[in-house]
Design a protein around this ligand. Structure first.
Ligand code: NAP
Ligand code: ZN
Length: 350
């Protein structure tokens, strides 16, 4: 009888229970597979949304984690880009159909047949549940494994795999750079990397924050200006100012105050799967403004982002935690008390 490798993990068993120790099986190595020992795993607000079924019913048991950095411990015989001992990363996706128009364009995150997410999904061929990075190892097809720049502090690289690419992709898609005035909404895991990336791309950057106490950090992280978004006078003072707003707000809220701050032809991009409070058509029509969404980035673009961060020395500002502290970390994330990304030291689970 053949036994699959058993791996230590932390899982949610339903939408209401805290995460707790759990054993999972990883698949036997296939020809194209890379096996990683997970060293660090970032904690994304999406982990919490899905652990608690906030986006509709999740698949349980649910092992979150899609900001994974590790070391290659085995490779299948068909793997050409990785060797045992290499550093590598895994982000939000581990598979896609590979033949639709989006996949052909390197936009696997918009796969028309649905990409397979790192957790809370099912493997296309086996139907088995996928389990994420809150675990000590993972097996992923080479095509969805990223090279990690060795020059950067490893724990602080992990958040680039989701938070970093989610900010980088829209900035690149809408060709943001020198001469653009960009606003980033929310100084959290995504937002703090959004500031660093937009500044590195040459934009003039403003932070919109609801937290007065984060203003100094916003400037330290590179923002040129900070606006307290729940101060109506401060919002009035920046009406018609921005070419591009990238909003990371994770909860239902009113977009209209932000729309008023866009110039003619300005765009407000949301990345939170939120239910926006009634967008006022007049605010769009009067200045040809638009609202759009954006989902992570493709595999090639994620590699481009990691290389860009390597060149520019960009990593996340993190608080390293043990796996056993995850439930406290979730509560702190809900209470907006993270500076600015929790990363789990996976050695704590061994
Ligand atoms: P986070 O670390 O919790 O940061 C969110 C920030 O938003 C907070 O720090 C806070 O910043 C601000 N905020 C919170 N509630 C707010 C409210 N009611 N009104 C205005 N601002 C508020 O979360 P995250 O990990 O960055 O994730 C942000 C969102 O992006 C989540 O919904 C997540 O699921 C989503 N996401 C999307 C993608 C994608 O590909 N589309 C990828 C990853 C994550 P201030 O204190 O500065 O106001
Ligand atoms: Zn994420």
């Amino acid at each position: 009888m053949f036994f699959l490798p058993t791996v230590n993990a932390y899982a949610a068993q339903d939408a209401h229970s805290p995460l707790a120790p759990f054993q999972i099986e990883r698949r036997e190595l296939r020809a194209q597979d890379v096996q990683l020992e997970i060293l660090y795993s970032g904690v994304c607000h999406s982990d919490l949304h899905q652990a608690r079924s906030e986006w509709g019913p999740s698949l349980y048991p649910l092992v979150p984690g899609h900001e994974i950095v590790g070391r290659v411990t085995a490779v299948g015989e068909g793997v050409s880009r990785f060797q045992v001992g290499d550093l590598a990363g895994v982000g939000v996706m581990i598979d896609s159909c590979q033949h639709c128009e989006s996949c052909a364009e390197g936009l696997e995150q918009y796969c028309e047949n649905g990409h397979t997410t790192t957790y809370n999904s099912r493997e296309k061929d086996t139907g088995n549940l996928t389990f994420g990075g809150y675990s000590t190892s993972i097996v992923v097809t080479e095509q969805f494994v990223l090279r990690v720049p060795g020059s950067l502090a490893l724990p602080a690289v992990a958040p680039l795999l989701c938070a970093g690419i989610t900010m980088y992709s829209p900035l690149k898609h809408w060709k943001i750079g020198r001469g653009h005035h960009v606003a980033i909404v929310g100084l959290g895991g995504l937002g703090h990397l959004g500031i660093k990336l937009a500044v590195a791309l040459g934009a003039e950057v403003t932070l919109f924050t609801t937290s007065q106490g984060k203003a100094a950090d916003g400037l330290r992280l590179g923002a040129h200006h900070v606006v307290i978004s729940n101060d109506p006078d401060a919002m009035k003072a920046v009406r018609g100012s921005f070419d591009f707003i990238l909003s990371t707000v994770p909860t239902k809220h009113d977009l209209n105050p932000y729309l008023r701050t866009l110039k003619r032809d300005g765009q407000l991009i949301i990345v939170g799967a939120i239910d926006p409070v009634g967008v006022h058509g007049g605010l769009l029509i009067s200045h040809r403004r638009s609202v759009a969404g954006s989902n992570i980035g493709g595999v090639a673009e994620t590699q481009e982002m990691l290389d860009f961060c390597g060149e520019h020395g960009i990593v996340a500002d993190i608080e390293l935690i043990d796996m056993q502290d995850i439930n406290v970390a979730y509560e702190r994330m809900v209470n907006n008390d993270v500076k600015y990304r929790f990363v789990i030291d996976m050695a704590s689970l061994k």
